[in-house]
Design a protein around this ligand. Structure first.
Ligand code: PGA
Length: 274
């Protein structure tokens, strides 16, 4: 049962198909975005891809990308939104506006937003509720800093972020969310990826917490993605881990060719070829 009137049902992928997506961050002009979306659309149409594919473009191209991908199974998300629907919030975009563009997901709480734009666990929580209110699937990013890991509080930190984000939701609504474990030390230039084993251990800890909060079914079914310096070289290693349900990719998928390479790997991996 949902506490939020559904604008439209949030689609659930079936089976064990991985979630593979990319956030474009502050990149791409309209022309670049359209071209990427067209190439991705053509690839997905030509391939019997057993993956839930998503892209998270910047606001300026969101409606154009949604238009390019209309009718395609590729999901589109926004990188952030305010929790209020309307109002005097200069420079902000609401979930209502994001949904109106045709987007289906909302990335919330990326570490760059937490670090550079004062995003807190409380605002993440408000945004999760706002996204659900507008039928957007929250993709909630969590992750510890290198310092938190060095001091032995990585699991506590991540589970606190998860508990804040999902606080007060019904099990059904928790299941309409996805979580991306993105250790801060693994993201971006100068980051180094977690090992598949490190990712798997943290995902298992997150799943235990979700199970305590919402029960075993939610824990089993909520998608848990790994992000942070994913490349075509290491992607299959993460996907092989039993607790990793997908990948959230930055730089390696900013070119469509790079993204397609990883999607191809995921496909081959699923088919048991690598
Ligand atoms: P990266 O970014 O793959 O470039 O490290 C990941 C992310 O920020 O989600």
């Amino acid at each position: 049962m949902s506490d939020f009137p559904e604008r439209k049902p949030i689609a659930h992928p079936t089976g064990n198909a991985p979630w593979i997506g990319t956030g474009w961050k502050m990149n791409k002009t309209l022309g670049e975005a359209r071209e990427y979306a067209r190439d991705l659309r053509a690839y997905v149409a030509a391939t019997d891809l057993a993956a839930t594919v998503f892209i998270v473009p910047p606001f300026t191209v969101l409606s154009n990308v949604c238009e390019e991908l209309e009718g395609s199974p590729v999901l589109v998300g926004a990188q952030n939104a305010h929790w209020e629907d309307t109002g005097a919030y200069t420079g902000e975009i609401s979930c209502r506006m994001v949904a109106d563009c045709g987007a289906e997901m909302l990335e919330i709480g990326h570490s760059e937003r937490r670090r550079c734009f004062s995003e807190t666990d409380v605002t993440v929580h408000l945004k999760v509720r706002a996204a659900l209110r507008h039928g957007l699937r929250p993709l909630i990013c969590v992750g510890e800093t290198a310092e938190e890991r060095a001091h032995g509080v990585a699991v506590d930190t991540v589970n606190r972020q998860v508990a804040f984000a999902l606080h007060g939701l019904s099990a059904g609504d928790a299941l309409r969310c996805a979580l991306a474990y993105e250790p801060v030390w693994a993201i971006g230039e100068g980051g180094s990826p977690a090992s598949p084993d490190e990712a798997n251990l943290m995902h298992a800890a997150i799943r235990r917490r979700v199970s305590e909060l919402f029960g075993a079914k939610a824990a089993r079914n909520i998608p848990l993605l790994y992000g942070g310096s994913v490349t075509s070289e290491n992607a299959a290693g993460f996907l092989r881990e039993p607790e990793v349900d997908g990948l959230f990719i930055g730089r390696a998928a900013w070119s469509c060719e790079g993204f397609l390479e990883i999607l191809g790997l995921a496909e081959r991996y699923r088919a048991g070829a690598s």
